[in-house]
Design a protein around this ligand. Structure first.
Ligand code: ATR
Length: 277
């Protein structure tokens, strides 16, 4: 076994995070030596905590709510997705203590789509995105990169969608749709993505008429508890292609692991089963 490599997750709260389970599984599965720990940090303590990780020789860390934006100012370098999405979820600590910030959510979103819906034709038809939070920013960045001709964006609070588009590199390829008109946006779309938290265990249903989507369309829900959300169940009943959210969580973790441990790990059925428990 090689060097003992320490990594972790900075956020608040961190108790429900699956990241320690995922990364520690890969450390074992790849025969490496190291540990990934959850580090609960409140707002003011962020910079101080990062200094501690540097002193203790950490190789890097993930960043989650509420620090994904704040950590950007502390990074010495940001990769293109982090800059354009406006958030950092992965930091590598260089040998000189420099912080390299990146964002792997767009990679995770696309990799999961490619694996679960291999016939999906990017660039052919519009995509409809529901929601305008951090996840939506990463997904819109990813879809624009793949050449999707138009994104129709609907958010309950329209001003938040307007803010997202104003900060986007290709605002001309995004059309904002009123939340109440979301059914009408589905007509000739090939992809519907739910990035809102609606559908999470115990919360209400999205209330969208999937009958308006063309046959052959794909429905992708980033919510993964439950794995088959109400939205995905109705999509499946209609014969549409469905993509669950668990793969996005797992695939976004792979480039981070590679940056710290030097190996691009695999998403296996064993790991999926562990994470879904
Ligand atoms: P994340 O960073 O994970 O995307 P977020 O920033 O909290 O999370 O965003 C949550 C998204 O879910 C938002 O688009 C939110 O809509 P608002 O901007 O109007 O708050 C959306 N959302 C949450 N609850 C919702 C509900 N009951 N109906 C519709 N949209 C909802």
């Amino acid at each position: 076994m090689g060097e003992f490599i320490r990594t972790g997750l900075i956020g608040h709260p961190t108790g429900h995070s699956k990241s320690p389970l995922i990364h520690n599984h890969w450390i074992g599965a790849c025969g490496l030596s190291g540990e990934y720990v959850a580090i609960d940090v409140m707002g003011e303590a962020l910079a101080q905590e990062i200094e501690r990780l540097k002193r203790e020789g950490f190789k890097g860390f993930n960043v989650t709510i509420p620090h994904k934006q704040a950590v950007m100012a502390l990074c010495d370098e940001l990769d293109e997705p982090a800059r354009e999405i406006g958030a950092v979820n992965t930091v590598v600590i260089g040998g000189n203590g420099a912080l390299h910030g990146s964002n792997t959510d767009a990679f995770g979103f696309l990799q999961n789509l490619r694996e679960e819906a291999p016939d999906f034709a990017f660039g052919k038809a519009p995509a409809v995105v529901l929601g305008s939070g951090g996840a939506a920013r990463a997904i819109i960045y990813a879809l624009l990169k793949t050449g999707v001709p138009e994104i129709r964006l609907a958010n309950r609070t329209r001003a938040r969608a307007e803010d997202l588009v104003a900060n986007c590199v290709h605002p001309e390829r995004i059309r904002i749709v009123d939340w109440d008109d979301r059914d009408g946006a589905l007509g000739d779309a090939s992809l519907l993505v739910n990035t809102t938290s609606v559908g999470m265990a115990g919360t209400e249903m999205l209330g969208i008429d999937l009958g308006r989507l063309p046959q052959g369309a794909t429905v992708y829900d980033i919510v993964y508890v439950p794995l088959l959300t109400g939205l995905l169940e109705s999509a499946r009943d209609r014969g549409l292609t469905i993509v669950t959210g668990i793969g996005m969580l797992l695939h976004q973790a792979r480039p981070a692991f590679k940056a710290w441990y030097g190996v691009l790990p695999e998403v296996t059925n064993e790991l999926v089963a562990k994470v879904l428990v």
